[in-house]
Design a protein around this ligand. Structure first.
Ligand code: FUL
Length: 500
């Protein structure tokens, strides 16, 4: 008995219980002296997803042929009648030239029509118009094309189904929706995102009931089961929206907040907070901005026009350049290809991105830091890590610093347009505030980007030095440039610093 008492007294949990619950923060030191992480942190899957940055949305399906945006679900399958075989390879090739790294194809919209031969419903290409319609299998051809082109791919599958007679019952979830997702997972274990729309409009055909059905989208779709099942087959597939691994940016106009935290209080924060996220939120939930490249709907419509390449470039700066990803909708037409006018604009967008954001002038600058963390056993945190092109190396300040200045100096005056910063997100999002100054003579300093809210950095921040995303022309003439980090949740880290 005495022995037992002794064991109990030595047991650490018991010791805590005796003293009252005193949790002592445990800081594990790394042999490399890396900064302690600021939680929450991204999963590997989320990190790789964030690195996709810019990709396309392809809204194509029954609505392309009916001219609608939301089909009711009672459309005859034979209305799906492509005038030529749909060519996902042309879609992806075009957006690759525009600087995009992948795409998401809509394979089932709210009307329930499936663009692959599913076993879950007859409302699919199996019963489409004879010929090209019936031969269509978008998931198969889209995944094949993406692999050939070395691009990332995934599918949009609408949880809301205005065709299904089972919608609203548990059988719809287990026998239709989850099985459709499982079928789609079979088109490739290398998918990077599955897109689950939040729309649950209510009214629809529903197998002839022509009624209104409401569900609680937070609980109805068995998301935890869905997420586990998809991840078993597609380990790197982020479940967007209903799936809970990335958040809607809160608007469809192609902009994220200048202050944009990757953290959020999932389940409590309103979607209207999507632009900004929440500092100190309990989960990692990075923002994705969905926007259209045309002046009409998500699906192709007669007479629509693409926006200009300049406008799309600005959208890029206001989404990717503010730490969100951009999924830009490019709608294929009735012949199953992107129309010539859209292709031209996308080519021009690719040229703008190439001309304005690829020649990195930081590569030929001397970079000094006001303070740098001491070298570890195998790792250095010197400013050279900012420009080495390696995503797993980074510059970091010492533990006691939440402020630091990075100064770039050139031998000759330079014309500068943008500063690009990336935090080392494996250690969490840290920077709260910074500013940028330039010097024409290397002695006296002037503020630049003064109309820009220079707060968070996150995955990527592109700061237009002239203070607006709306035009490019002038730039800033400088012999030196400095970035002053003014406040951070813990000592700041930066994985990349580039200047264009
Ligand atoms: C919305 C949908 O209702 C639209 O039709 C479109 O698919 C868009 C991307 O998401 O919520």
């Amino acid at each position: 008995m005495r022995k037992l008492l002794l064991i109990l007294a030595l047991h650490p949990l018991l010791a805590i219980a005796q003293k009252g619950l005193q949790l002592v923060p445990q800081v594990l030191s790394s042999p490399d002296g890396e900064p302690a992480p600021v939680h929450p942190l991204p999963t590997q899957r989320q990190l790789e997803w964030q690195r996709t940055e810019f990709y396309a949305f392809f809204h194509y399906g029954m609505n392309t042929y009916t001219g609608r945006e939301w089909g009711n679900g009672d459309e005859a399958e034979t209305l799906f009648a492509p005038t030529a075989p749909p060519k996902p390879e042309q879609w992806l090739q075009t957006v690759k030239a525009a600087g995009m790294r992948g795409g998401i194809a809509v394979v089932k919209h709210h009307d329930g029509f499936c663009l692959w031969p599913t076993e879950t419903t007859g409302h699919s290409v199996v019963n489409a118009a004879e010929g090209y319609g019936r031969e269509t299998n978008i998931p198969r051809d889209f995944a094949d094309a993406a692999r050939r082109l070395g691009m990332k791919y995934g599918f949009y599958v609408s949880p809301w189904d205005r065709n299904s007679a089972l919608y609203g019952t548990t059988r719809y979830v287990s026998e239709v929706f989850l099985r459709q997702c499982a079928e789609l997972a079979q088109y490739g274990d290398d998918q990077f995102e599955m897109w689950f729309d939040g729309a649950n409009g209510g009214s629809g055909y529903y197998g002839g009931k022509n009624t209104t059905i409401s569900v609680d989208r937070a609980t109805y779709y068995d998301v935890p089961n869905l997420r586990d099942s998809i991840h078993k087959v597609c380990p790197m597939c982020v479940l967007w929206g209903e799936g809970g691994e990335a958040r809607w940016i809160g608007n469809e106009a192609g902009w994220a907040g200048e202050t944009n935290w990757n953290t959020e209080n999932r389940g409590y924060a309103p979607e209207s907070n999507g632009m900004y996220g929440t500092e100190g939120g309990w989960c990692w939930l990075p923002g994705e901005s969905d926007a259209k490249m045309t002046n009409s709907g998500w699906f192709w419509h007669e007479g629509e026009q693409p926006l200009s390449a300049e406008r799309l470039f600005q959208m890029y700066l206001e989404t990717v350049g503010r730490g969100a990803t951009l999924i830009l909708n490019c709608p294929p037409d009735r012949s199953g290809v992107l129309p010539a006018a859209d292709v031209r604009v996308l080519q021009n967008l690719g040229k703008l991105l190439q001309a304005r954001l690829t020649t990195d002038l930081a590569q030929k600058a001397r970079i000094d830091a006001s303070a740098t963390r001491p070298k570890g056993a195998t790792r250095s945190y010197e400013t050279g890590m900012l420009t080495d092109g390696q995503i797993e190396t980074y510059w970091a300040a010492p533990d006691d610093a939440t402020q630091a200045t990075l100064t770039l100096t050139w031998d000759e005056p330079q014309t500068l347009h943008y500063v690009m910063l990336q935090e080392y997100l494996r250690l969490g999002q840290r920077i709260r505030s910074f500013n940028v100054e330039y010097s024409a003579d290397g002695q006296t300093w002037q503020p630049c980007a003064t109309n820009i809210e220079t707060t968070t950095v996150g995955y990527k921040r592109i700061v237009p030095l002239i203070g607006t995303t709306a035009n490019y022309n002038r730039g800033v003439q400088a012999l030196a440039l400095r970035i002053n980090i003014l406040d951070a949740r813990a000592c700041p880290t930066l994985e990349t610093l580039a200047v264009y």
